[in-house]
Design a protein. Structure first.
Length: 217
């Protein structure tokens, strides 16, 4: 893969994407810098590369999609919007690996799970090629989190569960945050914050995600 040539031409395109994210209300400079750094076109089929920096979700096969840049930036900004350091983060739904790559630029330690084997394999390869070494991808059903690595300072879900999961939020450290879509036809983005005693839940904005599914395939 010749990444240099593509990188040269896409730097300007990525800058335009970042300008658009600012217009859409993303303010966290660390998140904007990470969105600028990650070459999104390398995470989609070559035939779609020319649309990689548009604010759209794109197919990545197996009926899955890479999320639109705005929602990736928005969710990561929400994870970071706290006084305390966020070190260890879990993503459920690696998909193309794009969001995991952005997370890797923002947080020191990233875990990501994917239930579809070919997506798991492909995402691992591209992350390796980009020399992103602080992401551990597992081939696993992540709907119950990753108890062997928990607790996490942040959990981010890239697929929508029909209802809020109680098991997952137990894997948050105190002060930790989880950002996730919930619902079936009608979905909302939620922020869950773990406090010393209990959880605070906020419903934020309508969203559209692929469904969280059970089991590995
Ligand atoms: N973050 C991804 C978005 C992929 S779409 C990206 O940047 O490309 C959501 C992904 O969640 C799909 O790949 C889907 O297979 C995966 N998924 C759905 N249910 C899951 C589950 N229970 N465990 C792990 N991954 C799951």
């Amino acid at each position: 893969m010749n990444m240099r040539g593509i990188g040269m031409t896409s730097a300007r395109t990525r800058q335009r994407m970042v300008d658009r994210l600012r217009d859409q209300g993303i303010v966290d400079e660390i998140v904007l810098a990470a969105m600028y750094e990650v070459p999104r076109h390398l995470f989609v089929d070559e035939a779609l590369a020319s649309r990689a920096y548009d604010d759209v979700s794109l197919p990545i096969n197996y009926e899955q999609t890479i999320s639109q840049p705005y929602i990736v930036a928005r969710m990561i900004e929400l994870l970071r919007d706290t006084e305390r350091p966020v070190r260890r983060v879990l993503e459920i739904g690696t998909g193309s690996g794009y969001q995991a790559a952005v997370l890797a630029h923002v947080f020191p330690e990233v875990y990501s799970t994917e239930r579809i084997e070919p997506l798991y394999e492909r995402s691992g390869k591209i992350l390796h090629k980009l020399e992103i070494n602080n992401v551990t991808v597992s081939y696993a059903d992540g709907s119950a989190g990753l108890p062997e690595v928990a607790p996490f300072d942040g959990i981010i879900m890239a697929a929508a569960a029909p209802a809020m999961s109680a098991a997952l939020r137990e894997q948050l450290s105190v002060g930790g945050r989880m950002v996730l879509p919930v619902g079936r036809q009608e979905q909302w983005l939620y922020l869950v914050e773990r406090e010393a005693q209990g959880f605070r839940e906020s419903r934020l904005e309508p969203v559209k995600f692929v469904p969280l599914l059970m089991g590995k395939v």
